[in-house]
Each structure stands twice: as C-alpha cells, then as structure tokens.
Ligand binder design. Structure first.
Ligand code: NAD
Ligand code: AHE
Ligand code: ZN
Length: 370
C-alpha cells in the first residue's frame, strides 16, 4: 500500500512529507493505522544527528496511538479494530530480560530495532523510487500507517482519545514510571526534577501521585512555572538566577539534599548537578535524559562513596503490554492528567513547526493528528 509519512532524509534537515510504499505485515507482524503521534525530544535528538544510533533515511516517531488494520500469520493477541499504542520497548514475555523482574528492557528484537529493521532484518517502508526507508525505535509513528511486531503493541481500551493517549507511548509513562517503577519514591519524600518539559512534568505528576512532600522544579525557562505548579511543583529554581553554587542552593532548599533527583534534560552537566544535589547517605539520582554522541558523565567518586546512587531508566521501567493499558485507565479514570500538556495540535504537513516550537520552548507536547 501507499501511505503518507514525514521522512528524515538526512541528519540535520527538516523532515520531508511524502507518499511512501509500505509492505503488508509478515509473520508475527501487524499493520497499524496511526491516528496521532507526539513529538518527543528524542525524535529531535535523532533528527539533528546527535544520536550515535541515528540512521537515514528513516521515518521517526515513537509516541503514537492507532488502530490495527491487519494481522500477519501467527498473530494471536491482536485483531483488526483493536486500539493500540506502539512500544519502543517491546515485551516478549519470554527473553532473559522479560523473565527478570529487575528490568523492563526486553532484548528479543533490540538488535534489528537499532538497525532500523523489522525482526526479520528487512524494512517495510520504501520511497516511491524503491529506495528503502528505515524504521525508527521499532515504531515509525510519523507515518499514517506502520508495521509493528505484535510484541511491540499494547492493546488499550477503545474509548480513550488517540490524540491524548499517544503521549502514554513515551512521555507520560517515562516520567511517571521513573518515579513509581525505577525510584520507587516513598510518601513524604523530597524530589528535584531538572527540565520541566514533556518528560519532567510527568516526573512531577508522578512525584505528586507518590505522595512526595517537596517537589522542586529546575529549568532555565521561567515560562515553564505555571504548568509545573499545576502538576505539583512546590518550589522553582532557575539556575541562571542563582547567585553562587547551584548544588549548595538546592541542598539548602531541600534540607540537606533530595531523596530523589531526576534529570530530564539530557545535559551531562545537569546530570552531575542532579547527582550532587541528592542527599548524602541515601539520595538517588535517576538519569532520564538522552545525551548526544560522545558526551560523558563525571563526578567525584566521593559523591558515591558517601551514599548517593546514580541510576538510569528507559520508558520509565514500564513493561509496555502489561503497564500501558493500566496507565490509559488511570488517565480515563482521572488519576493522572494529560490534556493541559498537549499544548499544540498539528497536521502531518506542519510537523517541522512542532520541532521549532520545541526549540523555542513554547510547547510541552505537540501532537500530530492524522
Ligand atoms: P523537552 O524539550 O520538552 O524538555 C526539556 C526541558 O529541559 C526544557 O524545559 C528546557 O528548558 C529544559 N532545560 C534544557 N537545558 C536545561 C538546563 N541546563 N537546566 C535546566 N533545564 C534545562 O524534552 P522532553 O521531551 O521532556 O525530553 C527530555 C529528555 O528526556 C530528552 O533528553 C529526551 O531525549 C529524554 N527522554 C528519555 C526517555 C527515556 O526513556 N530515558 C524517554 C523520553 C525522553
Ligand atoms: N540511541 C541513543 C540512545 C537513545 C535512548 O536512550 N533511548 C531510550 C528511549 S528515549 C525515548 O524518548 C531507550 O529506550 N533506551 C534503551 C534502548 O535500548 O535504546 C544512543 O545514545 O545510542
Ligand atoms: Zn520519547
């Protein structure tokens, strides 16, 4: 079939919206009509050329929601008409990783996924002249139709709005999951969140859900304050307005350091500040942000010797087929809020405007509705 997609033809170039060829689903695969997709900073990270795994030409996008149109041979858990959320972290329920409760990082298709290919080592997308186009994070939601492995689709209830629940495909689950699954924050904790964008606001929402007493937000952009307060931020710090040492300021503000700190910026300097602003003896710092090729973190080992821990999380530690339907229920039941964070709705033709808004700090989430 043919479908419309925004293609990342070359690193650093705007996406090009075009008709592309899409082959039907093979064994264990599913054809999905994407109804809506969010623009996550990770898409921009790859588009810009900063991603060491970035390959071109590719169809980016990993924060979608849609409907199953067709199932390939051997698919048993999905049928046409089912509403689904694509998973860049699949859940095969069989690999060594899925069988270990300590991780959500299913590895059953990670190698081919990182190469922009389906599990059989081929791509389903091509340009009209036959040039192959690569998949991205196993999802490619910047296409109106995509083919996905069955194990990388979460079936969700069919009364949930696509233009909101697409955000559960990455940002909502990553932010809330970092608090609930990775840090396992206890009631009464103090937390600091660096970066109040599409991920950081969901960390704030997660901290409130977990019963944190103090939720400090840190961002260079004061315009993020109202939304962060709405989601539970109790204190705000703009590092550019702090006289003197930022770590000392944060440690004083949190009475000795935070129990949990979270980096949602992808800046390795901020990651160091986050680690050092965690409480001596027990503070844990969780890295969520994705840093550019070549970037490295550093701190004095003494920071760890004296009881701080440095950890990381992907997709908020969530097992997608199991956890994502529950998070959709939380949204539909009013336990979590999504709507105010979707600040812009665009057509596919306007997708590059979404990246401009991200750079200008004007959007939290821009969502493309097909
Ligand atoms: P975003 O652009 O919406 O938000 C980033 C925020 O960080 C902005 O508000 C910006 O003003 C702020 N910021 C930038 N530099 C800062 C600094 N030096 N100090 C304080 N604040 C600063 O991005 P997003 O979609 O929220 O993504 C955030 C990061 O999380 C990205 O690196 C993204 O790739 C990563 N991410 C990781 C996962 C994962 O599973 N680990 C999932 C999704 C996104
Ligand atoms: N390709 C990059 C790393 C990108 C990365 O860390 N991705 C996160 C999800 S970000 C979603 O917005 C992730 O899931 N990581 C685990 C994995 O297996 O990719 C690089 O630096 O090479
Ligand atoms: Zn993402």
């Amino acid at each position: 079939m043919r479908t419309r997609a925004a293609v990342a033809v070359e690193a650093g170039k705007p996406l090009e919206v075009m008709e592309v060829n899409l082959e039907g689903p093979r064994e264990g695969e599913v054809l999905v009509e994407i109804k809506a997709t969010g623009l996550c900073h990770t898409d921009e990270f790859t588009r810009s050329g900063a991603d060491p795994e970035g390959l071109f030409p590719a169809i980016l996008g990993h924060e979608g929601a849609g409907v199953v149109l067709e199932c390939g041979p051997g698919v048993t858990t999905l049928k046409p008409g089912d509403h689904v959320i694509p998973l860049y972290t699949p859940e095969c329920r069989e690999c060594e990783y899925c069988l270990n409760p300590k991780t959500n990082l299913c590895q059953s298709i990670r190698t081919t996924q990182g190469q922009g290919l389906m599990p059989d080592g081929t791509s389903r997308f091509s340009m009209l002249d036959g040039t192959p186009i690569l998949h991205y994070m196993g999802c490619s939601t910047f296409a109106n139709h995509t083919v996905m492995p069955e194990i990388a689709l979460a079936k969700v209830r069919d009364d949930a709005p696509f233009d909101k629940i697409c955000y559960i495909g990455c940002g909502v689950t990553t932010g809330i999951g970092a608090v609930i699954n990775t840090a396992k924050v206890e009631i009464g904790s103090r937390g600091i969140v660096f970066g109040l964008g599409g991920i950081g606001l969901n960390v704030i929402q997660g901290l409130r859900l977990a019963g944190a007493d103090q939720i400090v937000g840190v961002d260079l952009n004061d315009e993020k304050i109202p939304m962060a307060k709405h989601f539970g931020m109790t204190d705000f710090v703009n590092p550019s307005k702090v006289d003197g040492d930022l770590v000392a300021h944060l440690v004083e503000l949190t009475n000795g350091g935070a129990d949990y700190t979270f980096d949602a910026t992808g800046n390795v300097g901020v990651m160091r500040t986050a680690l050092e602003a965690a409480h001596k003896g027990w503070g844990e710092s969780i890295i969520i942000g994705v840093a550019p090729a070549g970037a490295e973190i550093s701190t004095r080992p003494f920071q760890l010797v004296t009881g701080r821990s440095w950890r990381g999380t992907a997709f908020g530690g969530a097992r997608g087929r199991t956890d994502v339907p529950k998070i959709v229920d939380w949204y539909m039941d009013g336990k979590i809020e999504i709507d105010p964070m979707i600040t812009h709705t665009l057509t596919l033709d306007e997708i590059n405007k979404g990246f401009d808004l991200m750079h200008e700090g004007k959007s939290i989430r821009a969502v493309v509705v097909y």
